[in-house]
Design a protein around this ligand. Structure first.
Ligand code: ZN
Length: 497
């Protein structure tokens, strides 16, 4: 066994080195790299990923992972046990999907985003449909190769992004959302006719001051810049490899200054999670977070529950006024609070607010489910999209650019991924409830002591990295299994007001 572990560790060491370089090139590309360097860099990335694929598909590697997995009971260390399970899960893709098909699929994916962008720009779904159909076909095959006795069909894809998730579990989750949230949203958005001061909606907020406020936020939230970095990109994101190197980006739109505030806070939520795992996981498969859903629960908790709370702005609004004295003159904290918590029906997911967000995800979930059940054809997606948007969000897009073409995810081959966004918000509400039972969260926010919140999250969630499954983590942190009603109650309380 010891020999086998040594072989495994030596492979892991090489894999980590390649991944780190790839990660660095991708970070560079998304942030400061000159546009002109794109071609040269993509050639290098191609070589690197070929090399990496050679290592992860090396028969010696596959064999040692298989053997360790078969002898799992002889490994005492529970972390190592979990790591081998994860390595085994990952190796299934390499093992079961024929290499030719896998490479062909990568070629399709490399072309698809440009085709999607053109289709979106011209508002013409028929441009995107053929390649999307190929991507779906591939994923159907992928499902066939990977399905097991317990996991079949679309559930195979759901489980990739949220370990343990199935169609049955998500159906239950979304059924509750349909029953409870759709009528509530209709009620809230009907009477919401508040007219905001034009200073908030139509004004210029210079990027220099926005940058200062972002910097201020990193201090307020305790995002450790000695192990992180605040950069800039068109679409904000978090990217980390080990707890000592977790970077975020934000955006600065001069006519939409709250986008900067809330994307900075959102990404810091992801980053603080990654920075706070036990450093012993660095360099192992247990570094980072547990699942996409759990990760999103942290970013949304920081963004929505802390960052959009009245307690938070009571304390920090004066700082914002100090940076934007002309723009915010005459606007009090109550109006600002209402402004950042508006609930309205929108066409685009990225414009959706906290209340209506999961309904946008519901539309995508049902379409994906139908695609993999075989009851929907790719060319019929736009029609189905309009129909479901009308039913669930109460708004029907006139253009596919605002409908089925709005997101890049499917062009990237991401099926089964969207639902984790909604699940994350629901996890967040349950975790927030449990945290409130043990510490006074509001008073921590009012006293500029978000570090107390960070410490609770570290103790109950963050320290574990990926050493627990989402189900284990929720049970461990909240002392009960996942329960969607915390989410419904939270939304009804907040938006009922
Ligand atoms: Zn996020």
């Amino acid at each position: 066994m010891q020999k086998k572990l040594e072989v495994y560790f030596s492979f892991r060491r090489r894999i980590n080195a390649y991944r780190y370089i790839e990660w660095l090139l991708e970070w560079d590309q998304a942030t400061i790299a000159p546009k002109a360097s794109a071609k040269y860099r993509s050639e290098q990335i191609e070589v690197l990923s070929e090399e990496l694929h050679k290592i992860t598909s090396d028969p010696k590697y596959i064999k040692v992972v298989d053997e360790l997995y078969e002898n799992l009971e002889t490994i005492e260390d529970t972390d190592l046990k979990r790591e081998i399970k994860i390595a085994y899960r990952k190796s299934q893709v390499v093992k079961k999907v024929p290499k030719k098909e896998y490479i062909h699929y990568q070629v399709i994916l490399a072309q698809s985003t440009a085709i999607w962008a053109e289709a979106k720009e011209k508002d013409d779904f028929s441009i995107f449909a053929p390649i999307l159909d190929e991507i779906v076909q591939y994923n159907r095959k992928f499902v066939k190769y990977l399905q097991t006795e317990e996991l079949k069909g679309y559930s195979v894809l759901l489980d990739i992004y949220e370990e343990g998730a199935t169609v049955q579990k998500y159906d239950e989750f979304f059924d509750t959302i349909k029953e409870e949230l759709i009528p509530f949203v209709a009620q809230v958005t009907k009477k919401n006719k508040f007219k905001f001061n034009k200073k908030l909606t139509k004004n210029v907020y210079p990027r220099h001051e926005q940058k200062q406020f972002s910097k201020y936020l990193t201090e307020v939230f305790g995002y450790d810049l000695s192990r992180g970095y605040l950069g800039e990109s068109l679409h904000p994101f978090t990217s980390g490899v080990i707890s000592d190197d977790v970077r975020i980006t934000t955006e600065y739109e001069e006519n939409n200054f709250t986008a900067n505030i809330f994307s900075t806070i959102h990404e810091m939520g992801h980053a603080i999670y990654d920075q706070q795992h036990d450093p012993k996981y660095n360099g192992t498969l247990l570094q980072g977070g547990s699942s996409y859903g759990i990760h999103e629960s942290q970013s949304r908790m920081y963004e929505n529950m802390i960052g959009r709370s009245f307690s938070f702005w009571q304390l920090h609004y004066p700082k914002l006024m100090e940076l934007f004295p002309k723009q915010l003159k005459g606007i009090d904290v109550v109006e600002f609070y209402k402004f950042i918590n508006q609930a309205k029906r929108s066409l685009r997911r990225t414009d959706a607010d906290e209340l209506t967000y999961s309904l946008h995800i519901l539309v995508r979930y049902e379409i994906e489910k139908m695609l993999f059940e075989g009851s929907l054809k790719v060319r019929d997606i736009p029609k189905k999209w309009r129909q479901l948007m009308q039913m669930y969000v109460g708004k029907r897009p006139l253009k596919d650019a605002d409908g089925a073409l709005q997101d890049i995810h499917w062009a990237n081959g991401l099926f089964g991924y969207f639902p984790t966004y909604a699940l994350g918000s629901a996890y967040a509400a349950q975790i927030y409830h449990a945290m409130n039972e043990e510490i006074n969260v509001d008073s921590a926010i009012e006293n500029n002591n978000i570090r107390l919140i960070n410490a609770w999250l570290k103790e109950n969630i963050h320290q574990y990295g990926n050493s627990k499954t989402p189900e284990e983590l929720i049970l461990n942190a909240t002392k009960e299994p996942f329960n969607v009603h915390y989410y419904i109650d939270y939304l009804k309380r907040k938006f009922g007001d």
